[in-house]
Design a protein around this ligand. Sequence first.
Ligand code: NAD
Ligand code: UFG
Length: 371
Amino acid sequence: MHQRINEIINDGIAGLFLYEVETLLMHNDGGKTDIMNILLTGGAGYIGSHTCVVLLEQGYHVMVIDNLCNSKAESLKRVEKITGKKILFYHEDLRNPAGVDAIFRQNEVDAVIHFAGLKSVAESVDQPLNYYQNNISGTLVLCEIMQANGVKNLVFSSSATVYGNPETVPIDENAPVGAFNPYGRSKLFIEEILTDLSLADKAWNIALLRYFNPVGAHPSGLIGEDPSDLPNNLMPYVSQVAVGKLTELRVFGDDYDTPDGTGVRDYIHVMDLAEGHLSALEKLASNPGLVTYNLGTGKGYSVLEMVAAFESASGKQIPYKIMGRRPGDIPVCYANPSLAEKELGWTARRGIDEMCADAWRWQSINPNGFV
Ligand code: NAD
Ligand code: UFG
């Protein structure tokens, strides 16, 4: 790179000089590539906002499209506070083709990370059309507009839910898939749509990232998970019990075939997950076609182990009551994350104590979330 800069200086092409140096530095910083301008759909949400931090800190230019149906613009202001960098935010619904197309025309976009979607399993059972409409139509609009604008690098937020009830654990990417609720099926259908797209046009580079159970928060305590209603997921529920907003945790089942009878999951720190997106973007730059990775830690913890870890991180007692099993829950789910390690050079580094400490810092500083 330095030799190239010298050549430009020696050539005396003054006008080109600044532009070229800036471009070269940008494109070679830390081994990065020419994928620099990243559009995040759903970037104001939980995982998206943490990914914004990681990308901005690595020098990427970040744009966000979000309709704020499950998030607040304040999350992005906090990201700017953490990083000291600006985000270009568009308050827009992904299903509005004219609005989304205008954003692509106004900006240089090298890659898209597609977080936008509805994510509650229970709500998806009650409102299947809403889930299919939002998740699938949103993705179709996005891909059509990307194609029309010549943008063919895409990272998609998939989920371990596509494995349904796994036959064996740890789960690797070749395990059979088969979701059993509308939310999970929407993820599976999108994976299939994106697979067909990559088969039809080899110019597409697509990473399907199957997240396990994201928890925790940025260590600053400025951003974190902010459920708009009663939390569905374990760790936000535990946090709200600890802060006094909810009285006790309901533990759904203690009669599973697990060491303490409660369900076992692969909890992954949201900052590790965010860093996984950075690695996936770097992978896309090598034109891999379609790739699929589990993003998990490879370790499973039970509900009661997570409660104990949270109690010691927070110094708060978490009262709980054992209930019957929650319909649709599986006993055990954890990843084999070795493919991501081998091909992306990525592994989750943070353990459950750090997950709980960071979740508690966020919850205790912001008892009412971003409000
Ligand atoms: P989130 O709800 O916090 O973020 C999703 C964001 O998308 C929100 O900000 C929401 O306002 C936005 N959005 C939804 N529909 C939109 C639309 N039509 N147009 C524009 N914006 C829209 O959820 P999250 O936890 O950050 O999850 C991000 C993605 O990861 C989702 O696709 C989710 O299904 C997937 N995922 C999440 C988990 C998890 O446990 N959090 C696990 C596996 C996969
Ligand atoms: N649990 C409780 N009490 C609660 C909430 C959960 O005991 O109040 C238990 C569940 O029964 C389960 C474990 O805690 O054993 C984890 O449950 P979560 O709801 O936190 O997470 P799930 O594994 O059920 O599902 C989550 C997301 C899905 C996603 C999946 C895999 O909600 O969307 O992780 O990524 F697909």
